[in-house]
Ligand binder design. Structure first.
Ligand code: CMC
Length: 434
């Protein structure tokens, strides 16, 4: 990766009346400015304090752009709405990794390569059998993705393009097989092997819902919806799990171990677990007449309750993925003839909350997870599989970001600093004298 960040000015910082020091002001291709403080501690002895990184760019990246105020999401410059409507997940995966959409030959070669790596090493099966039957599928996914590092450990991935590409293709190919295996193990059904003449989404659906005793045909409406869900979740710039993958990878760690770290981070309810939490919340609300009670709780600062599926660290207007997902939800439920009482609660909650002063003032709109739980449950997935599906899709973004990081000449091992507020130095007192 060629560094493209440009210096567009300087900013002078004077701390406590000391001699002012000049720092470069950098600009990205969409114009967002950032002060380059890399030399701050060297020149001033000060660090910046930014818990949660709300004002910090941790890296330069050319993969995904978000304008939270405008509700804009671009993959390599292409609007998410266009990709979700016109593209396929594998085409988007190629785009995220390589920077350009593939031509026909490139697409065929990429799809063939992914298809050739869909099977798991048979010994992976032993890892599944070590899990309790009722283990959360995210626990199984985190463990088994990490276990892949034991099968494919190659130190060359930090220096050799070929080794790195092999890791990228393997993980994108194997993650649906692992995700489906988590589901099958949980429900006590035999593992369904991948079928390579199906699409990425179609193959995944078959591995989840086929049984050896029956023929299985992929429903094209569900297949298209699944593919769209994968596209919408494929990347989201430097969110918590992606930053985790980059941080883990910055030490040169094994790529599968890095993806396991990202998977673990995604599991939390403030991140990938939000769609499960949102659907549970809609179920708990149950009927439209109970919405005001939950809105009041969300506004009450003494109550820790939050409206799950509302708000986003970056989007302070509508999440563009939510707009596509909202439409997909209606399409899927309409096509499958499902009338879902939860959807009625969701639509009413969306209407009330988006008109309430509390939510409008804070820029709290429904995010993608508000709808994805509804559509995933209509597709037949239990709630505890939702984050697994998110992880499956996001693996492509994680591995693209990991690859970009390793190719970035300015990359260094991640090492944040802290503001220590603990005890000052003191002498050890022996136990009898305490
Ligand atoms: N319900 C009620 N109030 C909220 C909510 C909510 N869902 N989200 C934020 N607020 C309030 C919060 O109390 C605070 O109010 P005040 O300024 O009066 O103290 C204000 O809005 C700002 O909140 P914040 O916690 O500073 O915002 P944040 O950027 O740190 O948090 C968030 C973002 C997504 C963690 C948060 O909005 C949240 O917890 N939402 C519910 C969980 C959720 O849906 N997460 C999925 C995120 S999208 C999926 C992904 O990309 O991973």
């Amino acid at each position: 990766m060629e560094n493209k960040v440009k210096q567009t000015g300087t900013s002078t910082i004077s701390i406590d009346g000391a001699e002012p020091v000049e720092f470069p002001v950098l600009s990205g291709s969409m114009g967002q400015p950032a002060i380059d403080v890399r030399a701050l501690s060297k020149h001033t002895g000060h660090f910046t304090f930014d818990p949660g990184y709300t004002s910090t760019c941790s890296t330069e990246s050319q993969i995904t752009f978000i304008d939270g105020a405008k509700g804009q999401l671009l993959y390599r410059g292409y609007p998410i709405e266009q990709l979700a409507e016109k593209s396929t997940f594998l085409e988007v995966a190629y785009l995220l990794i390589n920077g350009e959409l593939p031509n026909k030959t490139e697409y065929k070669s990429f799809s063939d390569t992914i298809t050739n790596h869909t099977m798991l090493h048979d010994q992976i099966e032993s890892f599944f059998h070590g899990f309790r039957r009722d283990s959360h599928p995210m626990a199984m996914l985190t463990g088994t993705v990490g276990a892949l590092s034991g099968f494919y450990h190659d130190d060359q991935h930090t220096t050799e393009d070929e080794a790195r590409n092999l890791a990228i293709h393997r993980i994108i190919a194997k993650i649906p097989t692992l995700a489906a295996r988590c589901y099958k193990y949980r429900i006590g059904q035999p593992h369904v092997y991948p079928q390579n003449d199906l699409s990425y989404a179609g193959n995944f659906l078959r591995m989840c819902f086929a049984v050896p005793a029956e023929p299985y045909e992929v429903n094209p409406v569900i297949e298209k919806a699944m593919d769209k869900i994968f596209i919408l979740h494929a990347d989201h710039e430097q969110n918590a799990s992606t930053s985790t993958v980059r941080l883990a990878g910055s030490s040169g760690a094994n790529p599968y171990a890095c993806i396991a770290a990202g998977t673990a981070c995604l599991w939390g309810p403030s991140h990938g677990g939000a769609n499960e939490a949102a659907l549970n919340m809609l179920g708990e609300i149950g009927t439209v007449d109970r919405i005001p009670e939950f809105i009041a709780r969300a506004k009450d600062k003494s109550d820790p309750f939050r409206l799950m599926g509302f708000g986003h660290r970056v989007y302070k207007s509508m999440d563009p993925r939510a707009t596509v997902m909202r439409k997909t939800t209606h399409e899927v439920l309409g096509e499958l003839g499902i009338t879902n009482p939860v959807l009625e609660v969701a639509m009413e909650l969306e209407k009330i909350a988006t008109n309430e002063d509390y939510f409008v003032k804070r820029g709290l709109y429904p995010n993608v997870d508000f709808y994805s739980g509804i559509v995933l449950s209509a597709l037949g997935f239990p709630t505890d599989m939702f984050t697994v599906l998110f992880a499956l899709a996001r693996t492509t973004g994680w591995i693209s970001q990991w690859n970009e990081m390793l190719e970035d000449p300015s990359q260094r091992i991640g090492r944040p600093r802290q503001l220590y507020t603990g005890a000052p130095e003191r002498d050890y007192v022996s136990i009898g004298e305490r």
